[in-house]
Design a protein around this ligand. Structure first.
Ligand SMILES: [Zn+2]
Length: 366
């Protein structure tokens, strides 16, 4: 890892143009850390799934630049069926690299951000493959710095990363207000988004939008909201595990936005949330994530990840035509999939957070 304080100046020293070299690169330089003052550090990684360095296309994801997302053309149909009509002019990146020995170095900060993004998407795909989750089909597209058209309040224009099920695609917005580590370069953030895709397929059975459309009862609406909020916690948990950082949001979003989602504090469910009465899905999500982080401290990260994924698969099997869900069900199912020898400690950790919704744990916990 190299610390650099003058980003662009340093890039040009001692590097030759990639086109001048005969052999393909074996490593890519990516941004590893970035401070608010513009100093950053880099690390060199292999990108085994990258097939086309120029177009940033590989078996993990396909990057596109210059695309427009037309929100008016997005309909709530599953399987990414809105993609073709809602995405216009997806362009192919023309990445340019300098060469530092075996290492390809993108020749601009945006280029470095994109290669870093590819590296983190690849790491996310491999992280889930290591847990036995391999999604079939084409790699998902990543729209880098897309133009957004449509209702102004529906979708972030800047400073966000999004997985949109209706397009089965990722969107990395330009960082405008948050001037620290771009989301594209933050492994925890990218794994959070990839978790949404994984969870959509395995825990929602790819029917999240159809279920939302079918709902005609208040109880089912609440269940859907609780499932979505719980999913935010699941995504933060996997992001923190993959990044090995329970505060992975802070380097990008700062403490005001990041601390409320720090996974280390013990947080508690509030009674009002049980009826879906939350300011944001991250209210419940932060409790779910910190609880899972606590489970991982007891039973180990790998076992907790696997038990959680199994609980997600079971959730999909039980969805039916109208969802029903109580806060804590997924967490209780995760405990049930962890070693019985850990049960007492896991239940004690759950009890610290779920007093307001203990029913799912009854029968499981003493
Ligand atoms: Zn999310």
């Amino acid at each position: 890892m190299v610390a650099t304080t003058h980003p662009m100046a340093a890039l040009w020293i001692g590097l030759t143009l990639l086109v001048a070299c005969g052999t393909p690169p074996t490593l890519a330089r990516i941004i590893a850390d970035l401070d608010g003052d513009g100093s950053y550090s880099t690390t060199d990684v292999a990108l085994p799934t990258l097939r086309d360095w120029g177009a940033l296309e590989g078996d993990a994801v396909l990057f596109h630049t210059g695309a427009t997302l037309d929100l008016d053309a997005v309909v709530n149909e599953d399987d990414g069926r809105s993609r073709d009509r809602a995405i216009r002019n997806p362009g192919t990146p023309h990445m340019r690299y300098l060469r530092d020995g075996e290492v390809a170095v993108a020749d601009s900060f945006l280029g470095l951000s994109m290669v870093s993004g590819y590296a983190h998407f690849e790491a996310a795909v491999m992280f889930f493959a290591g847990l036995g989750v391999v999604l079939t089909g084409e790699p998902a597209p990543v729209y880098f710095h897309p133009q957004i058209e449509g209702p102004a309040d529906l979708f972030p224009r800047t400073d966000n990363a999004v997985y949109l099920p209706a397009t089965d695609a990722f969107f990395l917005m330009p960082m405008e207000f948050l001037q620290a580590m771009p989301f594209a370069t933050n492994r925890g953030v990218i794994v959070h988004e990839v978790t949404h895709r994984v969870w959509y397929k395995i825990a929602w059975d790819g029917r999240m939008l159809a279920l939302r459309q079918a709902i005609d009862t208040h109880a089912a609406t609440v269940a859907w909201v609780l499932l979505r909020a719980t999913e935010e916690g699941v995504a933060d948990f996997f992001g923190a595990v993959a990044a090995d950082n329970p505060r992975f949001l802070v380097p990008s979003a700062g403490t005001d936005l990041g601390d409320p989602r720090d996974l280390q504090p013990v947080r508690s469910v509030e009674a009002g949330w049980l009826t879906g009465n939350m300011v944001s899905p991250y209210d419940l999500g932060a409790v779910v994530a910190s609880t899972l982080w606590g489970f991982a401290a007891i039973s180990g990260r790998d076992a907790t990840c696997r038990a959680l994924l199994a609980a997600g698969v079971a959730q999909a099997a039980g969805l039916g035509d109208l969802p029903s869900y109580s806060v804590g069900e997924l967490e209780a199912a995760t405990i049930a999939g962890l070693p019985p020898a850990d049960r007492a400690a896991l239940c004690a950790r759950a009890a610290a957070s779920y007093a307001a919704s203990w029913l799912p744990f009854q029968g499981l916990c003493p």
